[in-house]
Design a protein around this ligand. Structure first.
Ligand code: NAD
Length: 498
């Protein structure tokens, strides 16, 4: 009998009464390692009621105490980084190094949440009119919720609840049903750090549980990360229900390679950024755009990518792990087949990939296409696998035009030795996160994660100052204190302050 993943409601890890269970499998072996319950309507309501009750007291906790909770939490996450990474390896198949990175990039957000007192400072102006001062405070919203994807089971939940809770909110988290156990460990450590009962709730499940969150009147703000179709649905439904929503969605990230770039740096960057993490990163480079004579490097890029391959996390030589599910693998293989049918040249084909000792793993070998055009499905769709498509253009202007015509705008990079080319690219490109000789420019948490266009629906982004704006309201106070000696001048019949 495999374990059933517990819900975390009202400060307790509880066994769900649900009869709807989803198997959680180890993607390297297909072994069922747990069953995740789809929380019942009653359990969802209990979680929301508990978060609502906890908000009444949590919002009154001094901001410096809330910051100290985050300091203790960051330390505990560091102390248990290896243990959390081991859970990620088992349920998602990442290599140990990559799994530790997943935890680390989340810890950095918790460290930023520990700076909450200065982030929550309002504004003041004295004497906006005679003897009148105006000042603003930032106050929490209430119960907020997060819905997270499978590909970063530690980092993305940690983008959300620490900032929301540091701001004084309470939080309901619905992690991916494909790898739900990492979040339970994060919740366990949050309790150990001293989080009061009810401040964080973890509900498990899938669409039905998300729909409860989308329609529940007590939930004020929703943060979502996942695929583009679901992101659009969450944004539309959540905002129709008058909630504040930020939805981070899919991507198709281009790297532009100028002929003056350092060839070896380009090759190294492309190997890691295209097939690293099995291509299951929203900031993966999936399109390499070679400008002019840089196109001559394409065979060498394909050869370098062909030297790495997937493997089990117990093998420290494995460059990346399996795809999350047999369905995800089948989808990638069908896109590879379609790419060939549509006329792209497959320089490296990972469709038939085996890993010794793990015949049932969802392995896809590194794959590289050339002669790709914008009409092909391998260009249009987010493949979310270890597949790099390469294209060629004559000059930088054409590269910029190509990237700007993509409906997505999550990340992009340019490799060049020219400051002028880099400056032109960063200024003109319609993408929210730009790397200059940096392939995956994920900003550190004192900035925000600023995807654009079809990669993001909403206005305030994740972490940094924008997360504080997302999870709070601003209250502006205009105040006059009468001095008894001042003569009262009679009613003011205008809107002007005097
Ligand atoms: P997904 O959209 O399938 O699932 C994300 C979450 O939504 C899960 O919790 C899932 O249970 C829920 N969900 C799924 N279908 C739903 C539906 N019909 N109605 C309501 N809820 C639903 O995404 P995934 O496959 O877990 O993650 C991969 C995707 O996430 C990729 O597209 C990737 O680009 C994207 N992603 C984006 C970012 C970003 O910052 N832009 C970061 C990481 C991942």
């Amino acid at each position: 009998m495999t374990q059933q993943v517990k819900l975390f409601i009202d400060g307790e890890f509880v066994h769900s009464n649900s009869d709807k269970l989803i198997p959680v499998t180890n993607p390297a072996t297909q072994e069922v390692i747990a069953q995740v319950p789809c929380a019942t309507t009653t359990e969802m309501q209990q979680a929301i009621d508990s978060a609502k009750a906890a908000f009444k007291t949590w919002k009154e906790v001094p901001v410096s105490e809330r910051a100290r909770l985050m300091m203790r939490y960051a330390q505990l996450l560091k102390d248990h980084q290896g243990e959390i990474a081991a859970i990620i390896c088992e349920e998602l198949g990442k290599t140990v190094e990559d799994a530790k990175g997943d935890v680390w990039r989340g810890i950095e957000v918790v460290e930023q949440a520990a700076n909450i007192p200065s982030l929550m400072m309002g504004e003041t102006v004295e004497n906006v009119a005679r003897s009148i001062d105006t000042y603003s405070y930032i106050q929490p919203l209430g119960v907020c919720a997060g819905i997270t994807p499978f590909n970063f089971p530690a980092m993305i939940p940690l983008w959300m609840f620490p900032m929301a809770i540091a701001c004084g909110n309470t939080f309901i988290l619905k992690p991916s049903e494909q790898d739900p156990m990492t979040v339970n460990k994060l919740a366990e450590l949050f309790v150990k750090a001293g989080a009061p009962k009810g401040v964080l709730q973890v509900v498990h499940g899938a669409k039905e549980q998300v729909d409860t969150i989308l329609h529940h009147p007590d939930i004020k703000a929703i943060s979502f990360v996942g695929s583009v179709n679901v992101g659009q649905y969450i944004y539309k439904t959540g905002t129709d229900n008058l909630k504040r929503v930020q939805a981070f969605a899919g991507a198709k990230n281009h790297m532009v390679i100028m002929p003056d770039a350092n060839k070896q740096q380009v090759i190294n960057a492309l190997v890691g950024a295209s097939v690293g993490a099995a291509g299951q990163r929203c900031m993966a480079i999936s399109v390499a755009v070679f400008v002019g004579s840089a196109a001559e490097w394409i065979p060498e890029v394909a050869a370098a990518i062909g030297k790495v391959g997937p493997g089990h996390y117990s093998n420290d030589k494995a460059a990346y792990g399996p795809q999350i599910s047999p369905q995800a693998k089948a989808r990638i293989l069908s896109l590879i087949a379609q790419g060939k049918k549509e006329g792209a040249t497959c320089l490296l084909d990972g469709s038939d990939c085996q890993v010794d000792g793990y015949p049932n793993g969802n392995w896809v070998g590194p794959t590289v296409f050339s002669d790709v055009t914008t009409e092909m499905e391998i260009y249009k769709q987010e493949i979310f696998g270890p597949v790099l498509t390469t294209m060629t253009v004559a000059n930088l202007d054409q590269a910029i035009e190509l990237v700007n015509s993509s409906p997505y705008g999550n990340g992009t990079s340019i490799f060049t030795a020219s400051g002028a080319a880099a400056r032109k690219y960063q200024h003109n490109i319609e993408v929210g996160q730009v790397g200059i000789n940096v392939p995956i420019p994920v900003p550190l948490p004192f900035f925000s994660f600023t995807g654009w266009k079809g990669s993001f629906y909403g206005d305030q982004h994740a972490y940094g100052k924008q997360a504080v704006r997302f999870y709070t309201e601003t209250k502006t106070i205009t105040a006059r204190w009468f001095d008894d000696d001042i003569q009262v001048s009679g009613p003011n019949m205008s809107i002007n302050l005097r």
